[in-house]
Design a protein around this ligand. Structure first.
Ligand SMILES: Cc1ncc(COP(=O)(O)O)c(C=O)c1O
Length: 377
């Protein structure tokens, strides 16, 4: 309401505060809000491509299991995604498989913190340092947690977050970049805003005391690189700021739901691999991933049963078997056995803080009913 009453809908003081607080919580000096997590990743890659002078066709390492946007933005930036298989327990990029995918054209790694589980960052950082690679974290699904005491979003050159509806905090649509690099933040802001001269990126940038107003007026409409229209509004920032203030309660509720699901589903551990938290790491549980363990159980039969009983599911971020990726890259099943297996056996259910105790009990009961009625139950 304060934003509506202020009559200021474009990026203003509320967005500046949201960006600064979100960045600080994630161990970074600078934050930038834009209109989606995909936009955040798109400009992160574009900024690094410009600053480090990458060429079209240079390669970026991307996990073989992630939401399509991670890999799409690589392609849209004229770069080539090279996939790396994932860990079978935590579903994040497998550091032991990264180095064999590095070529003289590799420029960056995009670790994706899947569903709230940060990647195993120490070996990834060591590899990046050895091979002089940049790091862009896709942390769209993971906020407020870290690996070995360090926050997601602060490990690499740029961290990218999504505040889309289903995410840890939401602004309807939206995303953020975080960075500690003062040069990159200027390029990111410009890229988000049509490639404008950095002298004028928000409407009060002409109110800087002691600055020659004509110099600003002269450069205000100057475009220095090919940019995008990826701006978010002050109202979205207000939603984000309000949720940021409630984050501890929201996150605690998720952990409580996850603990209840863990307990309720524990009797089915021969059938299902329940989520685990990597030692030394935290988990913010944007969703609750499950993998079928017993080959006699058909995932899609279980999913049909759950959906018929109002328990919504999603497959666990299949990438290499997406129709568009099969068209672009052919059949990658044999090259990425873990991702290929998870594409057939993994899925997730919700653990949203608005779930009631009855909702959680209903989910647990549905699994019980299914396994009792199935031949292996
Ligand atoms: C891993 C991952 N990366 C990127 C995105 C893209 O975020 P957005 O939907 O805000 O563009 C998502 C989103 O949904 C995601 O799950």
């Amino acid at each position: 309401m304060a934003v509506l009453e202020s009559n200021r809908l474009t990026a203003g003081p509320v967005m500046a505060r949201f960006e600064a607080e979100f960045a600080a919580i994630h161990g970074c000096k600078f934050g930038l809000m834009c209109n989606s997590g995909t936009s955040a990743m798109h400009i992160a890659l574009a900024a690094l491509k410009e600053v480090y002078q990458w060429n079209d066709g240079d390669e970026v390492l991307v996990p073989a299991l992630t939401f399509v946007a991670t890999s799409n933005v690589v392609i849209y930036n004229g770069l080539k995604p090279v996939f790396v298989d994932v860990d079978p327990h935590y579903y994040t990029i497998d550091p032991s498989k990264i180095e064999k995918m590095i070529t003289p054209r590799t420029r960056a790694i995009m670790p994706v913190h899947i569903g709230g589980q940060p990647c195993d960052m120490d070996p990834i950082l060591a590899i990046a340092q050895r091979h002089n690679l940049r790091i862009i974290e896709d942390s769209a699904e993971t906020m407020f947690v870290g690996d070995k005491g360090r926050s997601v979003g602060s490990f690499g050159d740029v961290g990218c977050f999504s505040t889309y509806a289903a995410h840890m905090i939401t602004t309807g649509v939206g995303g953020l970049c975080t960075t500690n690099d003062p040069e990159l933040i200027v390029v990111l802001k410009s890229l988000m805003n049509h490639g404008r001269d950095s002298i004028y990126l928000r409407i009060d940038d002409d109110q800087v005391e002691g600055r020659d107003i004509f110099e600003i007026a002269d450069r205000r409409f100057s475009f220095v690189r090919l940019g995008h229209s990826f701006r978010a509004t002050e109202m979205e920032a207000a939603l984000g700021q309000a949720q940021l203030e409630e984050r501890e309660t929201l996150c605690a509720k998720r952990q409580e739901i996850v603990a209840r699901l863990n307990k309720g589903l524990a009797p089915f551990q021969d059938e299902l691999q329940l989520p685990q938290v990597r030692p030394g790491s935290e988990h913010s549980f944007m969703f609750y991933p499950l993998v079928i363990r017993n080959p006699a159980i058909l995932r899609d039969d279980l999913i049909r049963f759950l959906e018929n009983h109002s328990v919504e599911t999603r497959y666990l971020l299949p990438l290499i078997n997406q129709p568009v990726y099969q068209t672009l890259f052919g059949d990658l099943t044999l090259d990425y056995p873990v991702a290929a297996r998870l594409n057939k056996t993994a899925f997730y259910i919700g653990c949203h803080p608005d779930m009631t105790d009855e909702d959680v009990e209903h989910v647990i009961e549905c699994f019980g009913d299914y396994f009792r009625r199935s031949p292996t139950g």
